[in-house]
Ligand binder design. Structure first.
Ligand code: BYC
Length: 309
């Protein structure tokens, strides 16, 4: 790679400029962005499934309307992100193929089951809460299309976060049965939400290049600390118990968590989680069922081309 071009590129990043699609960039910067943005898109796309399963069982029309809007937003986020990755030269077909054949990753969190209606609220509060912390940081990233997608996505995620918190607060202040449902959902979603933000910094091989080139502005552990500091007091105020006997505040006011079970995390990432197979089957079925739409669009486009000749 041309050292002069690399130096000019790194100087632009140091000045806080955004890198845009046609600009020169190192091959590793492009590769890292395609990896991360496409995996982020896959997460949004697979992430529709745990909550989508509850649309038909929502307890009221209001809750059903909110949930439909939220799940639809996640589909939209996937679309923005696939487009952002396309600006780097990745094709939709390649990315979809990588997901559907299991070559690409998507967020570990979506391989856990949503067992009760309270899980919908807890996903909004914790999973969207963790996603906002991570994505607010990524909104400042050096690649223009990713950074701009994050700004819009974060404002929608803020609505998702609020509806989840509102729902859990209602149940935490409700009947004993509702409180028990909220607590059970917290017990099951707390640790996976901490894991969602990625391995500890010393076990995060991508953080080096990502931070050097301004893609990640904070490390996995820094974002996790922000998430914990925000959510622990609010969950405790709601009267819920965080399932971590070692949780305590240090002298700086940071909430310190107990050991995370990284063997569980890697098992889930490598396909061995409770719902990995179910999620992949659902996405593969949806893709197969959509084949006629893609064929119709292609037929329409080739006819439009013939007409233009
Ligand atoms: N799950 O070097 P590291 C949403 C992988 S969806 C699976 O630290 P990096 C929502 C990692 O890919 C929003 N794999 O990686 C939707 C790497 O493997 P590869 C989801 C994980 O990239 C619906 C290896 O572990 N958000 O909000 O520096 C409903 C080593 O890790 C995970 C995003 O996708 C994981 N949790 O940092 C509700 C954010 N963590 O790729 C809500 C975008 C790590 O080298 N992504 N791995 O084979 C990121 O910010 C970063 O990629 C991460 C990881 C912080 C996740």
């Amino acid at each position: 790679e041309d050292p002069a071009k690399l130096a000019a590129f790194e100087a632009r990043i140091a000045r806080g400029e955004k890198i845009e699609p046609g600009d020169w960039m190192p091959a590793e910067y492009r590769r890292q962005l395609i990896r991360m943005i496409s995996q982020h898109a896959h997460s949004e796309y697979v992430g529709m499934l745990p909550e989508g399963a509850w649309i038909t069982r929502a307890p009221s029309l209001r809750r059903k309307m909110i949930l439909i809007a939220k799940v639809q937003d996640e589909a939209g986020h996937g679309q923005y992100l696939y487009h952002a990755a396309e600006t780097l030269g990745a094709t939709r077909e390649e990315m979809m193929d990588a997901l559907l054949t299991g070559r690409a990753k998507y967020s570990s969190i979506f391989n856990y089951p949503s067992l009760t209606w309270a899980d919908v609220g807890m996903i909004g509060w914790l999973v969207d809460g963790a996603a906002i912390r991570n994505q607010t940081m990524l909104a400042g990233c050096s690649y223009g299309p990713y950074s701009r997608a994050m700004v819009r996505i974060c404002s929608e995620e803020t609505f998702h976060h609020k509806q989840g918190k509102e729902m859990i607060l209602a149940y935490a202040n409700g009947t004993p049965k509702q409180r028990a449902m909220a607590q059970d959902a917290l017990d099951r979603w707390w640790w996976p939400s901490l894991m969602m933000l990625g391995p500890h910094d010393q076990d995060s091989p991508n953080s080096g290049p990502l931070m050097k080139w301004g893609i990640k502005l904070k490390s996995n552990d820094e974002v996790r600390q922000e998430f914990i500091n925000e959510h622990v007091p609010e969950l405790q105020e709601a009267g819920l118990t965080i399932p971590d006997p070692d949780l305590h505040q240090d002298e700086h006011g940071n909430w310190v968590h107990g050991p995370i079970d990284w063997s569980e995390f890697w098992r889930v990432v490598k396909g061995g989680g409770q719902c990995n197979k179910e999620r992949m089957d659902a996405r593969n079925d949806a893709h197969a069922e959509g084949a006629w739409v893609r064929e119709a669009m292609q037929a329409y486009a080739s006819r439009a081309l013939q007409a233009a000749d």
